[in-house]
Design a binder for this molecule. Sequence first.
Ligand SMILES: CC(C)(COP(=O)(O)OP(=O)(O)OC[C@H]1O[C@@H](n2cnc3c(N)ncnc32)[C@H](O)[C@@H]1OP(=O)(O)O)[C@@H](O)C(=O)NCCC(=O)NCCS
Length: 145
Amino acid sequence: MLSIKTTEASEILKVRLDILRKGMTLEDCHFSGDNDPESIHFAAFDSDHIIGCCTLTVNPQSMIKDSYYQLRGMAVLEDYQGSGIGRKLLLAAESKLIELGQKVLWFNARTSAVGFYQKYGYQALGNEFIIEGVGPHYKMLKEIL
Ligand SMILES: CC(C)(COP(=O)(O)OP(=O)(O)OC[C@H]1O[C@@H](n2cnc3c(N)ncnc32)[C@H](O)[C@@H]1OP(=O)(O)O)[C@@H](O)C(=O)NCCC(=O)NCCS
């Protein structure tokens, strides 16, 4: 039975490790701001097993005035990819932001995932850039209200 719930950062580190930080350590899977009070962590559960996650953090260096929250660490375990879980996580994050009165969501998307976000109305901005140790990315943004 699939469900999406908010959770603590510590609960989703293993999924980040398995999908986004392969070959690294759990320590490498902490994001700055993970434990800030504004941060919101979402987990996708298959029964009681966490199979996907994403995080909303407040980034003080937001690139435009209204883009207060940044999406980070979107990941779905390989065996579960392609079955709609990423979509559910993204929609859960958007719903929470709408509830909070936020108008814009932005993030740095892996180039390999740009097509996923485009399906849900996000636009890539500017040129591709490299995040050291992770790879090529695009900034993406959507007005959610
Ligand atoms: C990218 C990711 C989060 C998507 O989650 P998912 O559960 O596999 O995706 P879904 O099953 O919800 O897919 C929803 C739609 O997006 C499409 N899609 C999924 N991944 C895609 C990708 N990388 N590129 C283009 N389209 C993609 C699916 O085909 C599906 O389309 P459809 O509705 O027309 O059938 C997941 O594949 C993942 O964890 N990938 C590795 C880590 C990663 O790249 N994370 C993003 C970092 S920015």
